[in-house]
Ligand binder design. Structure first.
Ligand code: GAR
Length: 205
């Protein structure tokens, strides 16, 4: 399945997806990586893997919607069938979601619907929850509100900081993001309204 990935930063989830493709556990072809930032770790990782990259700086466009229209053109040019957000720190507008005729998937570092938006790990530490985690979900027109494919809990330990919790969650993100995408592309994700059922999980590590 021809897949594009959008990432704004370091790109460790992008790297996990690239490696899952390389080791044969994730049957997608990453055909393009885009970023809304210059010179990010994500772009460097994509280039190292030989994947074409493009930067879409919002300041180069008259307004945000124009940037998203360009993203859609780029995806059509690349015949994209699946879009993965891997630390893409912008909310895609509802017009983009309406026009995207392919699934859009995101990973978020909390157990949604708790702590949507920015700094989810900081929100969790400040709230004082004892358990947080991460969520892979389909993107809809809301903020981190789409149907949930997979979630996994991660303990919040006494003395945790935003950084230490983020690091513990990240290890799990790198495992469940490729796993969720694999289930989706193998047709094992059945959606009824906003509820997603995983049909089979055998064969997964
Ligand atoms: C990850 O923790 C991801 O879940 C989070 O940004 C980080 C990106 O790290 N995404 C969001 O917060 C989206 N709202 P990475 O660039 O190393 O993959």
């Amino acid at each position: 399945m021809r897949t594009a990935i959008l990432a704004s930063g370091r790109g460790s989830n992008l790297q996990a997806l690239i490696e899952a493709c390389q080791n044969g556990s994730l049957p997608i072809e990453i055909v393009a990586v885009g970023s809304d930032q210059l010179e990010t770790g994500a772009l460097k990782r994509a280039e190292a893997a030989g994947i074409p990259t493009r930067v879409f700086l919002v300041r180069d466009y008259p307004h945000r919607q124009a940037q998203e229209e360009d993203l859609l053109i780029w995806m059509r040019e690349n015949r994209v069938e699946l879009l993965l957000l891997a630390g893409y720190m912008r909310v895609l507008g509802s017009e983009f979601i309406r026009q995207a005729n392919f699934p859009v998937v995101n990973i978020h570092p909390s157990l949604l619907p708790a702590f949507p938006g920015l700094h989810a790990q900081r929100q969790a530490v400040e709230y004082g929850v004892k358990v947080s985690g991460c969520t892979v979900h389909l993107v809809d027109e809301g903020l981190d509100s789409g149907p949930i494919i997979l979630q996994e809990a991660v303990p919040v330990l006494p003395g945790d900081t935003e950084e230490s919790l983020a690091q513990r969650i990240l290890v799990v993100e790198h495992r469940i993001y490729p796993e969720a995408v694999r289930l989706l592309v193998l047709g094992k994700v059945e959606r009824t309204g906003r509820r997603v059922q995983i049909l089979q999980k055998e064969g997964l590590a």
